[in-house]
Design a protein around this ligand. Structure first.
Ligand code: ADP
Ligand code: MG
Length: 296
């Protein structure tokens, strides 16, 4: 390609240069895909070569050779003319998306993969999810109108897609610059217990005050009076008072969770469990997700 460009200045006219450049099949495909007539394409030969060179550098991991790293000079066919502009590379877009995501999505003890959860994939799924999808639509509509909606208490069998569904909703909310937090509850309690004071306060406050919160897999933790009455209870109390949407996923129904929460190593404490359950009920609508196991 370089040779071609060098030769242009010396002895070839534009037409010859264009035809010669098109002996490179990739270049030919590149320019013809613009949907512009050949005699018009030719007028842009030098610019098109420049664009193609930038793309080639990018694909060969030699982006540093380009004018602006993160952008590609790109032609766009428009009737009888071609417009040229610097367009962000896929890599740059991904980097920006990740950065954006990290600013708005806080995840404790969860695999990062949940940031890929998306509504697109849910829609293809079975009818049993319709009530959940309906609820999500309502939630987003209300959010856009500035109205508060309760979160969901989504329970069902292991691997049915509960975490995925709520994560997909959160990914929609993040696009609206809503700060979302997900904690994997059993592990969250363990790591909170072993963290130092400053970290503890940071984490605890982030979770308590996050615009949206998912407490994932509640009911799978070892119940202790500390976790229940100091951590969970005050998180829920605060979120209730401040009307902050709060979501739960669980293998247990709310009724079953009540029994679970009443049993600590220290004995049976029905009243304290009841108090938590009252808050859960105030904060959420309960939905059951019936589905096959989607884990591989
Ligand atoms: P649960 O929280 O109910 O145990 P998960 O949400 O972890 O289940 O889902 C189990 C697995 O199935 C995960 O790997 C998740 O990424 C995948 N999964 C769930 N729902 C979908 C979906 N609608 N489209 C694609 N993958 C999904
Ligand atoms: Mg889960």
């Amino acid at each position: 390609m370089k040779e071609v460009i060098n030769n242009i200045n010396n002895k070839y006219d534009v037409k010859t240069t264009f035809i010669e450049a098109c002996s490179n099949k990739d270049f030919k495909n590149y320019v013809y895909s613009l949907g512009i007539k050949e005699e018009i394409l030719m007028n842009y030969t030098f610019r098109l070569l420049e664009c193609f060179q930038e793309l080639t550098n990018y694909n060969n991991n030699e982006e540093y050779k380009n004018k602006v790293v993160g952008y590609l000079l790109t032609p766009e066919g428009n009737g009888n003319i071609i417009n040229f502009s610097y367009i962000k590379t896929d890599e740059k877009l991904k980097e920006e998306k990740d950065k954006f995501f990290d600013n708005y999505f806080l995840i404790y003890n969860m695999p990062k993969a949940i940031k890929e959860a998306s509504f697109k994939d849910i829609y293809k799924d079975d009818k049993l999810r319709l009530p959940i999808i309906k609820y999500f639509k309502l939630f987003l509509d209300n959010y856009d109108k500035g109205e508060y909606t309760k979160g969901l208490y989504l329970y069902g069998s292991f691997g049915s897609g509960k975490t995925y569904l709520i994560s997909a909703l959160f990914n929609e909310l993040i696009k609206r610059k809503v700060f979302c937090t997900i904690v994997y509850y059993p592990e969250f309690l363990r790591s909170l217990k072993s963290s130092f004071k400053d970290d503890f306060d940071d984490i605890f406050n982030n979770v308590k005050t996050s615009q949206m919160l998912l407490i994932d897999d509640i009911g799978a933790e070892n119940v202790t009076a500390w976790g229940r009455d100091e951590i969970l209870s005050s998180i829920l109390q605060y979120r209730m008072e401040e009307k902050l949407p709060t979501f739960f996923t669980s293998n247990l129904s709310i009724g079953e969770l009540e029994i679970h929460l009443s049993q600590t190593n220290g004995g049976n404490d029905k009243l304290k469990a009841r108090r938590i359950i009252e808050r859960v009920k105030q904060l959420t609508s309960e939905l059951n997700l019936i589905s096959k196991n989607r884990r591989n």
